[in-house]
Structures are given as C-alpha cells and as structure tokens.
Design a protein around this ligand. Sequence first.
Ligand SMILES: [Fe+2]
Length: 111
Amino acid sequence: MGRESALTGLVEVHTFLVERLLPHELAEEADLYPLMAKMVGGDDPTGPMIRTHAEIAHLIRLLGQKIEDCSPLGPVPDDLPDLRRLLYSLDAVLRLHFAQEDEAYLSRAET
Ligand SMILES: [Fe+2]
C-alpha cells in the first residue's frame, strides 16, 4: 500500500467514526441509556458505558489530529507507531464496549 492510499484509508476510517459511530453512541446515551437506567433502578448501570463513550470520542479526536499532522502525501514511517497505537486502542476499546453493551442489553432482556 502506498502512502497516498494509506492516507485515503485513514481518512475513510476516521470519517466513518465521526459521521456514523459517534452519532450512534451519542444517540444511545440520549435515548437508550436513560430507559435502561429506569428499568434497572438503583445504581445507574450505564455510567461505565458513558465513560467508555468519552474514551472512544477522545481516541477518535487523537486519530483525527494525527491524520491532520500527516503529510498530504501520506504517513511516513515515523507516523506509523502512533497511528497503529491509536487504531489498536480504538479496536480494543470498541470490542470491549460492544461486548459490555451486548451483555447489558441481553441480561435486561432475560429478566
Ligand atoms: Fe455505546
């Protein structure tokens, strides 16, 4: 993969995260989590998931900044460790978050 196509791929991933994933997560927080908290009562179980949303948004901002800092010709070898770290971090946090949400929704559905 050449530098320019790497940059195009990074921009596509970041655009997806900003335009599709983040609005979905914010809509969950605004519409779904309050319902879940009401159903469960007592301690709000959505607090950790809301905190994870903030971490996801933070990592997306850092990725966007790193992409902006790249040359218009694409990332150079010195850019790769930071880009890999951010992408792997996002992958790990998102996998964990989706698993936590699946578990929370399924456990509510079973009660
Ligand atoms: Fe979420």
